[in-house]
Ligand binder design. Structure first.
Ligand code: URA
Ligand code: URA
Length: 341
């Protein structure tokens, strides 16, 4: 099949998923299609075929590298990629390019399909994970006994009571712009609690967490470790949507996090999975980047806590699906090895 057709399909797939940016530093899908000639009718250049193979083949991770190979100027150099000065690979002769069967279009699948052999770091993680839950210990937040929330929220005795309080909450200004509160939903006796950042538009409309595109991916991620949404509890740090999905403000987090803390205290899950930088940094009270928080088993008031990428980030960057898969498998192993309750 024509390389441009493959590329166009891939971009269309991204666009269907609601992406307009593709982590391309300002270029959007339409720009890329135009730059690559994917909307024109002339034959694709060798460079474009080459980059399509790279996108779909061994190094699908970095669009910028592939675009640079296709001759597109990309502003920000990608560390460790050919964007920084280094030998440029010689494109294969046109003949070879033409006879090479088209590589498959990257598919949105979870769990991710197996790829090339693990890197050193992945291999270490994989080995650590295989020995029970022997991933290195991470941050410890308070002890099991510490009193978590002084005051009224700490006295709420059920998830329903928390939801009621959230509904009437005016501790920050978000209630004024939101349509519905999104306290969280799922099994009150869940072994796993999934924590995201804040409700988005769909969640705000319905009052239910993680039901938009990112939420559908979260459902798949859970399915990949044999869990349904009904088995777990799903919630966010913020219970009301920030206008336009802007980042939560520190005072909003401070006002809202007692609800999350009390939810965790009541549910007492066997593992918490923090999806995304925001949930991870809030729960672990740190500014450490997500990349450094992953792969460790943190302790949140005695409850193991695993950090992974936010599903919305995975939609933008499919290269993160493999590490996410490793992270949720780690969470699954923690579940499987904790005593029955
Ligand atoms: N979309 C998926 O369906 N899975 C991933 O892992 C990433 C994006
Ligand atoms: N993103 C989140 O962090 N939470 C949701 O509920 C939906 C999208």
């Amino acid at each position: 099949m024509d390389a441009r057709v493959l590329l166009r399909r891939y971009l269309e797939q991204r666009r269907e998923l609601g992406e307009s940016e593709l982590v391309l530093d300002g270029l959007n899908v339409e720009d890329v299609m135009r730059l690559l000639g994917a909307t024109g009718s002339s034959a694709p250049s060798t460079e474009v075929r080459q980059s399509v193979r790279q996108l779909a083949g061994e190094q699908p991770d970095d669009w910028r590298t592939a675009l640079q190979d296709a001759g597109v100027v990309v502003d920000t150099p990608v560390p460790g990629s050919r964007a920084v000065p280094g030998p440029r690979p010689v494109p294969p002769p046109a003949e070879t390019a033409r006879t090479t069967p088209p590589a498959p279009i990257p598919r949105m699948a979870f769990p991710p399909e197996p790829t090339s052999p693990a890197t050193g770091a992945e291999a270490t993680n994989e080995m650590a994970a295989r020995k029970e839950i022997a991933a290195p210990r991470g941050i410890v937040i308070a002890s099991e006994e510490a009193e978590l929330i002084p005051g009224a929220i700490g006295k709420l005795e059920s998830l329903e009571e928390i939801a009621e309080k959230v509904k009437a909450c005016t501790r920050c200004s978000l209630h004024a712009t939101a349509i519905n509160p999104v306290p969280g939903e799922g099994n009150p006796n869940a072994d796993m609690v999934c924590v995201g950042e804040a409700p988005g538009a769909k969640e705000d409309e319905t009052g239910r967490p993680f039901i938009g595109q990112a939420g559908q991916l979260l459902t798949k991620i859970l399915a990949a470790i044999d869990l349904t949404r009904e088995q777990v509890f799903i919630c966010n740090v913020l219970k009301h949507r920030p206008p336009g999905n802007r980042n939560p403000l520190p005072e909003e987090v401070e006002a809202c996090s007692p609800y999350l803390i009390r939810q965790l205290e009541l549910i007492k899950p066997k593992v918490i999975v923090a999806f995304g930088t925001f949930a991870a940094q809030t729960l672990l009270n740190t500014k450490t980047p997500l990349g450094q928080l992953r792969g460790l088993v943190h302790q949140y008031h005695g409850i193991p806590l695993v950090v992974t990428y936010h599903p919305a980030a995975l939609l933008r960057n499919p290269a993160w699906k493999r590490p996410t898969w490793e992270d949720v498998k780690l969470a699954r192993r923690i579940l499987d090895s904790s005593p029955r309750s």
